[in-house]
Design a protein around this ligand. Structure first.
Ligand SMILES: [Zn+2]
Length: 540
């Protein structure tokens, strides 16, 4: 007996058998009901969601000789039976991938004018229509615009963006949805029941999640697993066939994270290595695990639709993490995925990634760090509102930027115990050692013995050259003299008998950080937090 694979054996034969595409089915049934069938339809969607199935069902319904009251094809009339067996002369299926040239479309154009053999319509189903060449599309364009009254076109594609817009605009377009895990699981259970095979809920869930929304993929996998054993199917057998790692390893990793046991990174990779598992495939599964935990943390565990005992295990694991930790871990893993695939040292790369995650247990989120810094700053301001308060450079640029986030370029001035925002700011506020190196102050001068400078420097303006030559203009009543400023050597004009004025104003010097009293103890906490954020862990 010829074996028919599950995907073909359980292909929907009526509209009501189709899962997950209710809107499309309703629209097509109403088109039949109101006799408003268009001449071209475009079914888009990822693989295995039922594009060709719906096209065939619609073709069957259009030509059915005994259409039911609910507009379902009868599956008993000669037309339905011919289509079922693939022998209908009125429903022509064309593979767009292998008949993609202009000659194929010319041939179609030549035969389209002939009347259907005994059905109502002549229907062309072109699968993978995006594979047609540009010339083929253009050859199809005229036919598609004004087709013979009894000709219909049903196109199916996984890549609608590759189809010429002029073709798309002549079609009614339907975008098909991926099936949910619950819908796939339900279909697999129905098949298992029909085949009188036992399968555990966890095994069903594994297949459904691995299929990623494609019912055909799920049915093919199920077919493969049915061949693997004739006993009841358990999750472990599914993992073995699919090459998956047991969930137990992920829950052990959660425990190691909670206990801060970073050596587990090496133990886990060693165990994967011994089992001969693909390390990048493992990382993909780990991302799936943390996605599940993050989803449960943000939306609640009921949103996961997991079977027991997996649900309880995930529920317990979620409690070991904060939301910020899960966001950080998921982002880290996603960033590490592509580099790991290209890495020539996959084992060490994976160990490094796992170490980074395990060490992130003590990581303090940047939001908490900024809040603590602001709180500390406010406390200091309340205790010492005088001008002797040390400057905190992380927000000293402007009061309008209170929440500046620490950057990797930020550096610590070891002399003043002040975090400089970056090198540019450090130059703007040079430390004592920097100044000493430029001989501005002696290296040995103690910090607290710097003599206070007066607020305004004394202005000394003395003309170095006096010119006693009076201005030659006799109309001037008061003769003036020419002189030079001692500070800048610019000429100064002054009326004889009056004091000389400075040519440039001398501004009072702004007090520098050196004149302020440093307090290392006060900033220890601030620096400690900064160190945690910058390095990812507390340094004792
Ligand atoms: Zn029929």
């Amino acid at each position: 007996m010829k074996y028919l694979v599950l995907a073909r054996r359980y292909r929907p034969q009526t509209f009501s058998d189709v899962m997950g595409q209710e809107t499309i089915i309703t629209t097509l049934k109403n088109a039949l009901r109101f006799d408003r069938v268009a001449h071209a339809y475009l079914f888009c969607g990822s693989r295995g969601v039922g594009k060709t199935t719906i096209a065939r069902l619609f073709a069957k319904a259009l030509n059915c000789q005994a259409l039911g009251t609910d507009h379902e094809p009868c599956n008993r009339c000669s037309s339905c039976l011919e289509i079922l067996s693939g022998q209908s002369l009125d429903v022509i299926e064309i593979d767009g991938a292998s008949n993609r040239g202009i000659d194929d479309i010319r041939q179609l154009n030549e035969t389209i004018g002939y009347a259907p053999s005994h059905g109502k319509y002549k229907i062309y189903i072109i699968d993978e229509v995006h594979m047609l060449t540009k010339e083929a599309f253009n050859a199809l364009l005229k036919t598609l615009e004004e087709p013979p009254p009894r000709a219909k076109f049903f196109f199916a594609t996984t890549e609608p963006h590759k189809i010429l817009p002029t073709i798309v605009s002549r079609c009614q377009r339907f975008d098909m949805q991926r099936l949910t895990e619950a819908q796939i699981a339900q279909k697999l259970l129905t098949i298992a029941k029909d085949l009188k095979r036992e399968i555990s809920p966890e095994a069903i869930h594994l297949i459904a999640s691995f299929a990623e929304g494609s019912l055909r993929d799920a049915e093919s996998l199920f077919d493969q697993i049915l061949c693997f054993t004739d006993d009841a199917i358990q999750a472990e057998q599914v993992r073995s066939v699919l090459g998956l790692v047991s969930d137990e390893l992920f829950f052990e990793f959660d425990t190691a994270f909670n206990e801060g046991r970073i050596s587990f990174a090496f133990e886990l990779v060693e165990s994967l290595f011994q089992m001969g598992k693909d390390l990048s495939h493992f990382l993909e599964q780990l991302i799936g695990h943390y996605r599940r935990l993050t989803l449960a943390k943000t939306m609640g565990t009921p949103s996961l639709c997991l079977p027991e005992p997996l649900f309880s295990r995930v529920n317990r694991a979620v409690k070991l993490y904060t939301q910020a930790q899960l966001f950080y871990i998921l982002e880290t893993l996603l960033n590490a995925f592509a580099p790991l695939q290209k890495s020539p040292m996959q084992r060490t790369s994976l160990e490094s990634i796992l170490l980074q995650i395990l060490r992130s247990k003590n990581r303090i989120p940047i939001e908490v760090l900024i809040r603590r810094l602001n709180e500390l700053e406010q406390n200091i301001s309340k205790n010492e509102p005088s001008a002797s308060l040390p400057n905190i450079p992380i927000d000293s640029n402007s009061s309008s930027e209170p929440d500046r986030i620490l950057q990797d370029s930020d550096v610590l001035d070891t002399d003043t115990n002040i975090l400089c925002v970056n090198e540019a700011e450090k130059q703007a506020n040079p430390s004592k050692s920097d100044r000493a190196s430029r001989n501005e102050i002696p290296e040995s001068s103690p910090k607290l013995e710097v003599p206070p400078e007066p607020d305004v420097l004394p202005i000394k303006i003395e003309p170095c050259i006096e010119a006693s030559v009076p201005v030659s203009d006799p109309d001037l009543i008061k003769p003036s003299v020419k002189a030079e400023c001692i500070a800048c050597c610019n000429p100064i004009h002054s009326v004889v008998g009056q004091d000389l004025q400075p040519c440039i104003p001398v501004l009072p010097k702004a007090p520098s950080v050196l004149e302020r009293k440093p307090d290392p103890g006060r900033y220890e906490t601030l620096l400690r937090f900064a160190a945690v954020e910058l390095e990812g862990t507390i340094k004792n």
